[in-house]
Design a protein around this ligand. Sequence first.
Ligand code: PMP
Ligand code: GLN
Length: 381
Amino acid sequence: LNRRLAAFGTTIFAEMSALAARTGSINLGQGFPDTDGPAEIAEAASRAVLAGLGNQYPPGAGVPELRTAIAAHQQRFYGLSYDPDTEVLVTAGATEAIAAALLALLEPGDEVIALEPFYDSYAACIAMAGAVRVPLTLRAPDFRPDLDALRDAITPRTRLLLLNTPHNPTGTVLTPAELAGIAELAVRHDLLVITDEVYEHLVFEGSHTPLASLPGMRERTVTISSAGKTYSFTGWKVGWITSTPELVTAVRSVKQFLTYVSSGPFQYAVAEALGLPDSYYEGLRADLAAKRDLLSDGLAAAGFQVYRPQGTYFVTTDIAPLGESDGIAFCRALPERCGVVAIPNQVFYDDKSAGATQVRWAFCKKTEVLREAVDRLRRLA
Ligand code: PMP
Ligand code: GLN
């Protein structure tokens, strides 16, 4: 493995899901639902396969039906208008979109300011691009971005900001005022912004504002999303970007050499999913909000300090009240102690001290699974 990537090892999600499988534990680590999305959308996928839709290489930008549906979704929920032919690109999940965007837009040595704790592929992809990550640390208990710290972090080498809202793992949803502060700095310093909005429909308090909807931002922002979380089909790996023709063309130049295309028949199914009625999105949010509360209350009862999230699949806790000081050691020992798997947030921080005692739990699981996990966690006290 080359020097750029040697430090990264195996992703924490693979390590912890393997630990869960090996020990037969409840897996509240990796964020994926234990119930598939709507049956009608699964049927749309199988219909596409049987009808011969997408069984051969789809077009490089994605099938027109899906690009049109993505543009319609941005218009319907946010009033943002994108041309499906030139301003939308379908990718192999948000993961490929992140990689292709960073590889397309960064020169070696460029600095990227990213919210920390960061989703694990951000650091690895910035390293693949030969660029330098500069963390903007979200700190407990509120996990809000410090705009003065952001201003101070910008240098002549800063090329882009990498945002994520709703934010994995903290559950922070950036407010319109925070986004406006970030946008003002981006415009003033002529920065590009990549914004990862895969949890856009999983907001329990407040609402999701896409950065691209702020004045001056549409032309400098690459917005990323994906079907995995919104429709509970994380294995389908259908993601996308929306941006200007120039930025979409740049990202596509990289994407063509990473996967070329992917997920042919699933693209048709996701095109249908994007048109689901408002009641679908409201039901998804209500279901996950109730699960957030169930798990958050259970973790609090088990003695954890709980940072109740505003969005996403995840609740972050602090293990210090249990007399613990090392989240990684705690998560490695947890299956043995009580048959539950969680993720140590420390691996998402450069500032290890900021995340040493934080542990993340996924609540995108069946209610009875969450109840059983909470019962098991009570044994820790
Ligand atoms: N970004 C964030 C913040 C995530 O949590 C995830 C995991 N779903 C991804 C990107 C990757 O999404 P996908 O599965 O669509 O590649
Ligand atoms: N996004 C998921 C999480 O944060 C995991 C995705 C993955 O395994 N790469 O848990």
